[in-house]
Ligand binder design. Structure first.
Ligand code: RVP
Length: 487
């Protein structure tokens, strides 16, 4: 029967990268890539839009370290807006007016001191009711000088010859200004000397620490957010709040209703839109004319049971390769989402044609992921659950796997499980291992950049004997490696 003449589909363990002549040292391999048409990243890695993986804390850390976090959508629209704003304002050069702690000229030294302590800042511009900057007060102006009485007006203790900065100041100028005058903070004023914000030395030094950070054109950290194709209000709010990429977040984006919704959203927002998930050439063909990125993955996720529950799916290397065949031709970036356990899987996904990879379980055990650390049998874990698990479906308003809330728990038909993953420490060290392993792969193939690697890499097919050989074998592991644990 022709029904039984079926094509083969491969996944990570079925293939290896063929080693090639190389002059590329892994450290020199450049991981710069794109996650969508207009968002470039320093490392091609995204954290999954899951309620045990990405909220503002994770998204901030991901962007600071060169990748992109995608905030999940198991929260209401107001909470989502707040989460986006937290990321966008985390490393802002100029703290905006509504977040600046100020002092009124009628306040006493004591009152100002208390306000600054409460807000956790070391200084405050003194501003009159018109918003004009009269001076600046810092805790060092107050405490060490016995001449200053706690009941004095702040205007007696403040520095009144204030150094201010214009609104278009850049980080270098701000640094030089503060360095020259040996000051810690500079009020930013408009043409009429009205306060519009504040630049602090602490903020500048923090920005300098993150050389690889992914920022928008105003210097704010980039972030992605998951939205439903059927909830344009959420998409518009996310766009308004400054999200850089909207991820149309579905389990099956070759559903034509999803595509209609995604198209409509694309027309009304400024942000890039990435549509997913898909796993075939035909699905990619429906998306390439309007999507700014395509996300691939039908069932590969560690907590995902879609393939067993529904009988449908596509092994991930084949899925990525099929989608990339179409998408690369139209210059639409591809993201490989799910199933990545090791850095080797991540770079194999790129070899198959992905421009970036998305991971859930790999990051769920880090400090930056939401959720607390639990101890079982003396080992530390963090909660990690599928967005199609009963727990996640119940606690959110997500329609990724569900159209309507059932009345009884046992009416849910989940496509994911609730689990725990070993506690791993900081995101920074996990990302370092992941990116470092990917660079090694580029070294073995002799490609210095991601586009070159996509061109130059070739796969060999691996048998199950070959796969057993790949893992540590015939030994007892005595010390844990930071980037490997046997399956
Ligand atoms: P992994 O990195 O293998 O843990 O996979 C994470 C991915 O799994 C997510 O980015 C998402 O595409 C998918 N996922 C999330 N929830 C579920 C589910 O409940 N089936 N699947």
């Amino acid at each position: 029967s022709s029904k039984l003449q079926v094509p083969e589909a491969l996944t990570f363990d079925d293939v290896l990268l063929r080693p090639k002549e190389s002059r590329v040292e892994p450290d020199d391999a450049d991981l710069t890539s794109r996650v969508s048409k207009s968002v470039e990243v320093s490392v091609p890695i995204l954290s999954a839009a899951m309620d045990t993986v990405t909220e503002s804390g994770m998204a901030t850390a991901m962007a600071r370290h060169g990748g992109l976090g995608v905030i999940h959508r198991n929260m209401n629209v107001d909470e989502m807006v707040e989460e986006i704003e937290r990321v966008k304002s985390a490393d802002e050069l100029i703290i905006p007016l509504d977040s600046v702690v100020t002092a009124d000229p009628e306040m006493t030294v004591r009152e100002v001191d208390e306000r600054m302590a409460r807000e956790g800042v070391g200084g405050a511009p003194v501003v009159n009711t018109n918003g004009e900057v009269l001076g600046i007060i810092s805790s060092t102006d107050i405490r060490p000088h016995l001449e200053v009485n706690e009941d004095d007006l702040v205007t007696e203790a403040m520095t009144d010859e204030v150094i201010t900065a214009p609104e278009d100041i850049d980080p270098r100028e701000a640094f030089e200004l503060m360095y020259e005058h040996k000051i810690e903070r500079v009020p930013v004023v408009d043409d009429e000397n009205l306060l519009v914000g504040l630049v602090t030395m602490q903020g500048i030094l923090q920005r300098r620490e993150y050389k690889e950070a992914v920022r928008d054109e105003d210097g704010r950290l980039c972030c992605g957010v998951a939205v439903s194709p059927f909830e344009s209000e959420r998409a518009l709010a996310a766009d308004e709040a400054g999200a850089d990429v909207l991820f149309i977040d579905t389990a099956h984006a070759h559903n034509m209703n999803v595509i209609d919704g995604a198209r409509e959203i694309k027309e009304s927002v400024e942000a890039d839109i990435v549509v997913g998930n898909v796993g075939t050439r035909e699905a990619a063909e429906e998306l390439v004319d309007f999507a700014d990125g395509i996300k691939v993955g039908i069932g590969p996720g560690s907590i995902c049971t879609t393939r067993v529950v529904s009988g449908a799916g596509m092994p991930q290397i084949t899925a990525v390769a099929q989608v990339a065949d179409v998408a690369n031709e139209h210059d639409v970036p591809v993201i490989a989402d799910g199933g990545i356990r090791y850095s080797g899987d991540a770079i194999k996904a790129v070899a198959a044609g992905a421009d970036a990879v998305m991971l859930g379980s790999y990051f769920a055990g880090t400090d930056e992921a939401p959720g607390r650390v639990v101890t079982m049998n003396g080992k530390k874990y963090k909660q990690y659950r599928g967005m199609g698990s009963v727990g996640a479906m119940k606690s959110g308003d997500s329609d990724r796997y569900l159209k309507e809330d059932p009345e009884d728990d046992d009416e849910y038909v989940p496509e994911g499980v609730e689990a725990a993953t070993p506690y791993k420490g900081t995101l920074k060290s996990e990302l370092h291992q992941l990116a470092g392993g990917m660079q090694s792969g580029m070294g073995y193939v002799g490609a210095g950049t991601i586009p070159e690697f996509k061109q130059r890499s070739e796969f060999v097919r691996v048998s199950s004997a070959g796969q057993a050989e790949s893992h540590a074998h015939d030994v007892v592991i005595t010390d844990e490696a930071p980037n490997y644990s046997p399956n």
